[in-house]
Design a protein around this ligand. Structure first.
Ligand SMILES: Nc1nnc(-c2c[nH]c3ncc(-c4c[nH]c5ccccc45)cc23)o1
Length: 331
């Protein structure tokens, strides 16, 4: 590479995956064949409207980072969304002004799934991956930006969502899950903060805990997810399937309908440091479904929150439910 040249280049998903396995291998002591210079900016961009300069794509010269603007009055403007290991900023290409999300992941916290799953499994309702650049030990992952913020932010500032909005979000998350589950991918962290809003769609983000199953059952080595949204079978650690995401979506639907995560109203977090025992011992939180919830949507919730994963609806099955096909004449 000529001197002064950066190591960032345009490429395809295969090039990006090779780059990610190189650097994640490099950090886990696996000797890599490539001449990755961890101290120069190296990386792969998938989009030509991200403009390289001499093989560089640097923060504050080729691309600028901004804190997300105050989307809602009451949300603390310092509230920068962060994934399992990474802070997410709004980014803008200096030449094309393309607006993106940029997640900064310290190399020591990088999980290959954080990038690999989004790169391999593109879908309308999965935040699109635009590229990744490694600079001074931090991986900058550029993605599709949900400038409407997350569903959690919307709930924290505007309170419970109307049923039609809940149906709109639920349907799009189910479309993403139907696609991911058909490829054996479990997201493992379905919750309001991992669903972000755009003008005409909602997309899933944060695949840092995702796995692709090799068979029908995934035997976990660790507990993955966020407690209030975890399924009973996941809490038991005896092996689970893609159906765990469906239960987490049911828990997310309760949060959207009531404005609070399941369990926390009956068992305040101050008094209950952990919800794992509650989720294991008690029946699914069906009593938290508001009285005002329509019968059709209630039956979707009963199916999604079924304690037995075998009897729980799949994403494809739930998508066929008439409650998720609102006709225009419904209020
Ligand atoms: N953990 C994680 N991994 N990837 C993402 C991600 C990709 N594109 C995005 N677009 C928007 C937001 C976002 C979340 N909360 C917000 C509040 C205000 C404004 C924006 C947001 C997050 C993302 O997030």
């Amino acid at each position: 590479r000529p001197s002064g040249q950066g190591g960032v280049q345009y490429g395809n998903v295969t090039d990006l995956l090779a780059f990610i396995s190189c650097i994640s291998g490099a950090t886990h002591g696996v000797p890599t064949q490539s001449d990755i210079h961890l101290n120069k900016d190296t990386g792969v961009l998938l989009k030509k409207d991200m403009i390289l300069q001499n093989g560089h794509y640097r923060i504050d010269s080729e691309v600028l980072l901004f804190p997300w603007k105050r989307l809602y009055r009451s949300v603390d403007s310092a509230h920068i969304p962060k994934g399992a290991f990474g802070r997410v900023h709004l980014a803008q290409d200096c030449v094309t002004h393309k607006r993106m999300a940029c997640k900064l992941i310290p190399l020591e916290h990088l999980r290959r799934s954080d990038v690999e799953i989004q790169a391999r499994f593109g879908h309308e309702n999965v935040a699109e991956l635009f590229g990744a650049v490694l600079r001074e030990g931090t991986l900058h992952v550029f993605m599709e930006a949900g400038e409407g913020g997350s569903v959690l932010e919307k709930l924290d500032s505007c309170g419970p969502m109307r049923e039609a909005e809940v149906v709109w979000v639920t349907r799009q998350v189910l479309l993403a899950l139907e696609y991911l589950h058909s490829h054996g991918v479990i997201h493992h962290d379905i919750k309001p903060s991992n669903i972000v809003l755009m003008s005409a769609k909602a997309v899933l983000v944060d695949f840092g805990l995702s796995v692709q199953m090799s068979g029908d059952v995934y035997i976990p080595r660790d507990l993955r997810g966020t407690e209030m949204y975890m399924s009973p079978e996941l809490v038991l650690c005896g092996g689970h399937s893609t159906k765990t995401d469906i239960y987490s979506l049911g828990s997310t639907m309760i949060h959207m309908l009531t404005g609070s995560a399941p369990w926390v109203r009956r068992f305040p977090r101050t008094a209950y440091p952990s919800y794992l025992y509650i989720i294991h011992k008690l029946a699914p939180p069906l009593e938290e479904i508001p009285e005002t919830c329509s019968a059709p949507l209630r039956s979707v919730l009963h199916s999604a929150l079924h304690r037995n994963p075998a009897l729980r609806g799949s994403a494809s099955h739930l998508l066929q439910h008439h409650a998720l096909h609102p006709t225009t004449n419904q209020t």
